[in-house]
Design a protein around this ligand. Structure first.
Ligand code: G3P
Length: 220
């Protein structure tokens, strides 16, 4: 499963890219606003740090303007992935852009039928929002299971399931169990995946015993 980070915070992106475990970045207008940075400038900076897809979202609602915005965004770098909303105009834009070889992430997906439409539009990624689905009394992971089942029924579909709106490590675990292709996570969730109290306790115990040996491992 690929790991994307869902942020426009450069310090977090650098820190996670340094682990060698980061496969891409997703942003949205809210995350850009939170960063306080210029959209074009911060997107360029992210694209320079990460080799994988960097999602940058259009804000127009009509197909023609979406195409114009996408044109501007895709000029930023080769690894820009244009993010469009799951609407008729968004999917029209997706179809057009992907037939030209541009990566497209179809966002704000809340039903399996919407995911089916995104695949038919040739989306590179579809982003079902599990956290917001849960918040509204639906079962976010059931949505991922349905989309996986449908996509597996049609091997011609190439769209990758990018689980978005992840709020905790259990969402990540369940996504991996189901076989989602990508999980995009807030930095804190990715960092949390490394943590286990028994790992910390184990290191502490080993180091205590190692000290008793009076030895050291040569590092030069
Ligand atoms: O980038 C889209 C998605 O991950 C947003 O998450 O937490 O705002 O629902 P959230």
């Amino acid at each position: 499963m690929k790991f994307f980070v869902d942020t426009a915070d450069i310090a977090d992106i650098r820190e996670l890219a340094d682990t060698g475990l980061l496969d891409g970045v997703t942003t949205n207008p809210s995350l850009i606003a939170k960063s306080g940075r210029d959209f074009m400038e911060v997107t360029k900076e992210i694209c320079d740090i990460v080799d994988g897809p960097v999602s940058a979202e259009v804000v127009a609602l009509d197909h023609e303007t979406m195409m114009k915005e996408a044109e501007t965004l895709r000029r930023i770098a080769d690894n820009v992935c244009i993010k469009v909303p799951l609407t008729i105009d968004g999917l029209k834009t997706c179809k057009k852009l992907t037939s030209d070889g541009t990566m497209v992430n179809v966002t704000l997906c809340f039903s399996a039928n919407q995911a089916l439409l995104a695949a038919k539009a040739g989306a590179t990624f579809v982003s079902p929002f599990v956290g917001r689905h849960d918040d509204n009394g639906f079962d976010g992971m059931a949505l991922i299971r349905d989309i996986r089942l449908i996509y597996d029924n049609y091997p011609g579909f190439t769209t990758e399931i990018l689980v978005a709106s992840i709020r905790n490590p259990v969402h990540v675990l369940e996504s991996a169990r189901i076989g989602a292709d990508v999980a995009t996570m807030p930095p804190a969730v990715i960092k949390g995946l490394f943590k286990h109290v028994l790992t910390d306790k184990g290191i502490e115990g080993f180091l205590k015993d190692w000290e008793k040996t009076g030895q050291s491992i040569p590092t030069a």
